[in-house]
Ligand binder design. Structure first.
Ligand code: MV4
Length: 448
């Protein structure tokens, strides 16, 4: 049984986890840096512990300080949220070795999915469709040329330790390959301390569609269908929705069943997301996230399943509260990520909140740690709120998002609210006709 839970995170996700704990009657411990002394998650928690100075490396990434906070407060479980230590297998192992319950998957599964090639290989063995291409890191240029010829151009060079799009190079023909390899290797070494790269077929204008799964400690795995996260900029998701307007009922059911079966086979425990590129009616696995995701509320809104409550109950050894037959999609949900950014440069521009008026009404959920008077610290992510809207169908949902964005007042810093409104009012978006490059093209056309 979990009596007291420490939240090793900040911002809206710390508040989200606090809410789940309250409803489960679990006491909460917030940890915070000195920059976050007046943060909402600290105010809402039963207890709080300062774990270090503003830079994340010295606070939210400081495993020893977090374990010390758990020790002095007598917490029995730790939830890492997303980012920071959420996908660090050493942290998961350390938490368990110190006698605390880690709210997340087994360290072994975090580790394998952190290695993009190992994950791809494992998924192929499990019968999950993967992108055509190598499953071994590239060794010599001659071998790379041979491999690329076999795959067929265009190909893409990716870092084994990568993810999130960093260190990728598209190669259109043989003449570009060797130089691209060298560039990718250099970036991979500098960015991840691991120079290994691999080659696969480059898919033109795919969509990013991901499947949510939950596994318990009794061998049950369910899928909660998909989210379409194709509306991105520089590999940062901006708008997410469920269900995907691109899939047929049959594709969604088949793919869901396939990922759930694969995860049951490896004994996956906790919440997880399998990310796919989707092009020409086919799915290609790219990576798996072994954590709660930013966009998890979209799935919660259409299925009614509280993913954070499930995570905590799973960690406590309880069975899933739903079986596959009970997981149904009702209506449509859309999430808009509101960030504190300059509308021209789209660079982070934090400030102090002067007026704060969040939207409300039917089907409207706001996940945020903002309040009037709050100073957004410049040290962390620029995400300040998630507006998540539910309605009976996609058309109504888009109009409800637009209406909610129109009500939202955040004075004191520039935000992406107006940009989001232009996105959800766009004709192509209403048609569901978008891919992973759509937002960049949209921004480019607005600049001109
Ligand atoms: C690709 C691809 C096309 N072909 N792989 C970018 C993030 C990383 N997770 C995988 N990414 C891509 N991999 C092949 N074989 C195009 C992308 C990609 C992308 C993927 C998802 C969401 C947005 C994207 C934006 C640009 C490129």
């Amino acid at each position: 049984m979990i009596r007291k839970l420490l939240i090793a995170n900040r911002g809206e996700i710390a508040v989200r986890i606090l809410r789940a704990c309250r409803e489960l009657e679990i006491a909460t411990v917030a940890v915070h840096s000195t920059a976050d002394a007046d943060a909402m998650h600290v105010r809402l928690a039963d207890e709080s512990v300062c774990i270090g100075p503003p830079p994340a490396a010295e606070s939210y990434l400081n495993a020893a300080a977090i374990l010390a906070a758990a020790e002095i407060t007598g917490a029995d479980a730790i939830h890492p949220g997303y980012g920071f230590l959420a996908e660090n297998p050493d942290f998961a192992r350390m938490v368990e070795e110190h006698g605390y319950t880690f709210i997340g998957p087994r360290a072994e599964h975090i580790a394998i999915m952190g290695d993009k090639l190992a994950a791809k290989r494992r998924m192929r063995e499990l019968g999950v469709p993967v992108t055509p291409g190598g499953e071994e890191p590239v060794q010599r240029p001659e071998q790379a040329l041979e491999m690329a010829r076999g795959i067929g151009y265009p190909v893409i060079v990716k870092a084994v330790a990568g993810g999130g799009g960093r260190g990728m190079k598209v190669v259109h023909d043989e003449g570009e390959l060797v130089q691209a390899l060298e560039l990718a290797r250099g970036e991979a070494q500098a960015g991840f301390g691991d120079a290994r790269v691999y080659i696969e077929k480059f898919l033109d204008r795919p969509r990013h569609i991901e499947f949510q799964i939950l596994g318990d400690r009794h061998g049950n795995v369910v899928h909660l269908f998909e989210r379409d996260c194709s509306i991105q900029r520089r590999h940062q998701k901006v708008v997410e929705e469920a269900p995907s307007p691109a899939l047929t009922e049959e594709e969604r059911r088949e793919m869901g069943a396939l990922v759930a079966r694969a995860m049951a086979e490896i004994g996956y425990v906790g919440a997880g997301t399998l990310e796919f590129l989707y092009a020409d009616g086919c799915f290609y696995f790219i990576e798996m996230n072994t954590r709660l995701q930013v966009e998890h509320p979209v799935t919660e809104m259409v299925t009614g399943v509280d993913l954070v409550r499930e995570q905590i109950q799973i960690a406590a050894g309880e069975p899933l509260s739903v079986d596959q037959e009970e997981v149904r999609i009702a209506g449509h949900a859309i999430e808009c990520r509101i960030t504190a950014e300059d509308p021209e440069t789209l660079l982070p521009a934090p400030g102090q909140v002067l007026t704060y008026h969040p939207p409300g009404g039917p089907g409207v959920r706001v996940d945020s740690a903002l309040y009037a008077g709050y100073r957004v610290p410049p040290y962390y992510d620029s995400l300040i709120a998630k507006l998540v809207v539910h309605d009976r169908d996609r058309g109504q949902c888009l109009r409800r998002v637009s209406r909610s964005l129109g009500e939202y007042v955040i004075d004191g810093m520039p935000t992406t609210i107006r940009l989001l409104r232009a996105i959800v009012e766009d004709e192509q978006i209403h048609l569901g006709a978008y891919d992973v490059g759509w937002l960049e093209r949209f921004l480019e056309s607005r600049r001109r």
